[in-house]
Design a protein around this ligand. Structure first.
Ligand code: FES
Ligand code: FES
Length: 162
């Protein structure tokens, strides 16, 4: 089977992979690069569990081919930590009990990171709008929205808490 070579940056490190043409970015991240924080649920773009950030945009990695990521800058949930410590969104999720089983969490964290990086003043309505593409079967979303709003100051938000 012919393989395709692709080179991209993942969480700041340059990576080279050789994958089949049909290999999704999600499978490449999980199986080739062992970045298993990216979860795979529906595999057809509905649940959002596989969301990673590609060139600043939240992307469903089950719908993108690894070969399409050639030359891109990718951030996965592993890249949201501060070294050994959790990043601000992760800390806010812990503080607000914004996860239960955790299956949806990596996709929600990356979605929120992309949002707050571009719009640190996003309000609750905007957060809910953006999260509408991420399915969580456990939390009822309220603590997730609270956590994301709480994390905004780490992204430069200077307004009121709510
Ligand atoms: S696994 Fe990609 S959207 Fe569900
Ligand atoms: S915490 Fe279980 S699906 Fe969201």
């Amino acid at each position: 089977m012919t393989k395709i070579n692709s080179k991209f940056t993942v969480n700041g490190a340059e990576r080279m992979v050789s994958t089949e043409a049909r290999t999704s970015l999600a499978d490449c991240l999980r199986h080739e690069l062992k970045l298993t924080g990216t979860h795979v649920g529906c595999e057809h773009g509905v649940c959002g569990a596989c969301t990673v950030i590609v060139d600043g945009a939240a992307v469903r990695s089950c719908l993108m081919l690894a070969a399409q990521a050639d030359g891109s800058e990718i951030v996965t949930v592993e890249g949201l930590a501060n070294g050994e410590d959790m990043g601000p969104l992760q800390n806010a999720f812990r503080k607000h009990h914004a996860l239960q089983c955790g299956f949806c969490t990596p996709g929600i964290l990356t979605t929120a990171h992309a949002l707050l990086s571009a719009e640190p003043d996003a309000d609750a309505d905007r957060v809910r709008e953006v999260l509408s593409g991420n399915i969580c079967r456990c939390t009822g979303y309220l603590p997730i929205v609270e956590a994301i709003l709480d994390a905004r100051k780490a992204y430069g938000y200077e307004g009121r808490e709510r």
